[in-house]
Each structure stands twice: as C-alpha cells, then as structure tokens.
Design a protein around this ligand. Structure first.
Ligand SMILES: [Fe+2]
Length: 238
C-alpha cells in the first residue's frame, strides 16, 4: 500500500490568506500519525510568479516526506525552476512511479503538453513498465462543469490519451487547476482533481458566484492498495 497527499493551487501571494491556508494544510499533512509516502503539488504555486513568492512557497512546502511539484498557469517556468526545482519531476518509490509534468504554456492560461514534455513522460514511464504509475499535471484533460476552468483546460488531450495508451501501467491521472475536488475519467482511467488550497470554485448549480474564499482549504488523500486507487477529499479547518 502507498498513501499520497495531493494538494494544489496554493497561489502564494494571491490572497491575504494564501500563506496561512498553505501552512495549515502542510501542518495537517505533516502531523499525520500514520503512513504517508509522498506529497504531490499540482501547480499554481506562486500567484504572480515572483521569485519571493516562490521562496515563501519553498519554505512552506519543506517536508521530510518526499514532495514533488509541477507548475500551473500562474507559474512561469524560469522562476519556478530557479527556486522550486525542475518543471518535470518524478518520484520512483517502491511499487509506484509518480511523474508530475509541466502543462503550462508561457503567457496563457490554458494548458498543453509540449513535445519535449511528452518525450520526458514516455522516457520516465518506459523505465519501469511493470510498476504502477501515476501521471499528474496542472490542467485537467476534460471539461468538469466549471465553465471558467473548462475554457482553459488541457488542449490536445488526445496527445495525453495516446501517451497513456502506450503505457497501460498508468493507473490514474492527477490534476489541479479547478480549485474543486473532482473525480472523473479520462482515457479509460480515473482522473482525480485535487481541491484548491487558496479558494474553491463552484459549479453554476451551486452559486452564481464563481469563487468561494470561505470554504476551507482541502486536499486529496490517495490510497493505492492492491492495484486500486481510493481517494479521500478532506477539508482542513484547524
Ligand atoms: Fe489555480
């Protein structure tokens, strides 16, 4: 069994509460009494992509548990890489590989996997074809019923679908961007979107307002056991 905490969209500098909310969630994760194998952060790390925002994020995301991060549409890769690390990161654990890939497009809010990112994923996923793998990125590859986000989702999702077809050991796809915990499917696999730490986006069914800043930050807890992924979505209020 492996257990992963998945957080997203901390948007440091994006609101007065951004630092407190990220700190609250990290404190919760790092005080778990039980098993936690890794922490995954699927983008939108710094709201304005400023080096000082990344420095704050780096300090907040310090963890004795292995932690990997990818950029989002609010991030810029040069600043991200200067402070946080490579834009594509992989964790090779006993029994599972987790690859987080850069789906950002410079100057745009929608996403796309560049040729070199697809090539990187192909290489990483080819290393251990017998070991289950998870692939994560910022942008969800399907529409989620959140109109604002749906317009700026992953473009050319068929490129990701083709990659997954080449690597049947990929168990699920993980994403962020939508600021709402979502379970759906893509290319025959679960697609799990982590809630937003900085805020929550609502569906038109729930509210005419797009953003809720009062709902608590939340995370996804992925439990992978005997080939099955089970995800718990958990708000953090203290
Ligand atoms: Fe975001």
């Amino acid at each position: 069994m492996q257990v992963f905490a998945h957080i997203s969209d901390i948007h440091i500098g994006g609101s007065e509460q951004s630092v407190d909310r990220a700190a609250l969630v990290m404190r919760r994760l790092l005080s778990f009494p039980g098993r936690l194998d890794a922490i995954l952060v699927t983008g939108d790390i710094a709201d304005h992509a400023l080096v000082e925002e990344y420095e704050t994020a780096r300090d907040l995301l310090r963890s004795p548990v292995p932690l990997i991060v990818c950029p989002g549409n609010h991030d810029t890769v040069p600043e991200f890489e200067k402070v946080i690390g490579p834009a594509n990161q992989v964790l090779r654990l006993d029994g599972v590989t987790i690859a987080l890939a850069d789906s950002s497009i410079p100057g745009r809010d929608d996403g796309r996997l560049a040729d070199e990112t697809i090539a990187w994923l192909d290489e990483v996923l080819s290393e251990r074809p017998d070991v289950p793998a998870f692939v994560g990125m910022h942008h969800p590859a399907v529409a989620l019923g959140v109109p604002y986000v749906d317009e700026i989702r992953l473009q050319e999702p068929e490129r990701l679908a083709a990659l997954l077809d080449r690597h049947p050991h990929v168990v699920a796809v993980l994403a962020g961007h939508a600021h709402t915990g979502v379970a759906t499917t893509f290319a025959g696999r679960p697609l799990i979107v982590a809630p937003g730490v900085v805020s929550t986006l609502l569906t038109p069914t729930e509210s005419e307002a797009l953003v809720d800043h009062d709902l608590p930050p939340a995370f996804a807890l992925h439990v992978f056991d005997q080939g099955r992924l089970v995800t718990h979505f958990r708000p953090v209020t203290r």
